[in-house]
Design a protein around this ligand. Sequence first.
Ligand SMILES: *Cc1c(COP(=O)(O)O)cnc(C)c1O
Length: 387
Amino acid sequence: MSIKVEDYYAPATFQKMKAFADQHETPFVVIDTNIISKAYDDLRAGFEFAKIYYAVKANPAVEIINLLKDKGSSFDIASIYELDKVMGCGVGPERISYGNTIKKARDVRYFYEKGVRLFATDSEADLRNIAKAAPGSKIYVRILTEGSTSADWPLSRKFGCQTDMAMDLLILAKQLGLVPYGISFHVGSQQRDIDVWDAAVAKVKVIFERLKEEDGIVLQMINMGGGFPANYITRTNSLETYAEEIIRFLKDDFGDELPEIILEPGRSLISNAGVLVSEVVLVARKSRTAVERWVYTDVGKFSGLIETMDEAIKFPIWTEKKGEMEEVVIAGPTCDSADIMYEHYKYGLPLNLASGDRLYWFSTGAYTTSYSAVEFNGFPPLKSFFL
Ligand SMILES: *Cc1c(COP(=O)(O)O)cnc(C)c1O
């Protein structure tokens, strides 16, 4: 398998990124913010009626927060630290949702004091905390969804609750003086099966109807989370196809009078805009007769590539060297044997690859720098540069 630049980047764009990269020592991620800007516009165009809340955890760089703030985005925030950072960029609390269902009561209070009035929940204990610490706020309940087998990075099990509990929580929210506002779900990140949204929207519809009929509660919002794709080795449908299909599911269930729709993209907005540039430290074989070569590079699981865990995300890797390819194991630089990125999925790299050659990891703008360890083996966190 050999990766072609033009399958991932416009040649001029890649040339610009590479020219910049040539001036800097590896490892780092170079991010072209024009690509983020276009991804945002494409999502806007695909879902004209939706409000976009950027999931800050994908990449919390101020360059990205500022860009998206100026484009009118709102923000999905998971901690008081992300809140401080985003508000520090001048984003008002009315553009913020506290989307983490796992939070301390004093952190809820902190958000409330900063003016945030939109909170996710999926448990009674959390809901009671919100009622005390953030009285009168709008509540949306996260439900469990299927789809963990077709998502490359599932977000299932840990978050969300069953339909019955979601209804109980929204009824309780009302009793506690909160505003039962809507339902959220996340079908799993890098979700390749669009039909998973169909099942999720159908569940939401049931909750909307039953709460209205049985309890007189009229919900107003559906938060459809993230899950939209980035361009990795395993190809996906285009964003337009996702949008067309998902809108059809919404209209099938809710007709033309859609409730307020929120999207929380992370990966799909940012990933494609970044190229991680690393250097080959060593190429080695484990015995005289071993067929397989090990390629050790100066970036690894602990410096931004944790999504290679279980080889879940398969980043396209490009190198300038051409010629005969051979299957390799690709591993990072640290003294931890978990620091192997790809061993089962066979990456091909040129036979003449040698120490000092550069590897270009495409679509690494999201979930890389934000995951990088601060000092494992003394290696500094993964840097990023913005064009
Ligand atoms: C991580 C996360 C997202 C972003 O998901 P992507 O698949 O990266 O788009 C959105 N919403 C919530 C609540 C999340 O935790």
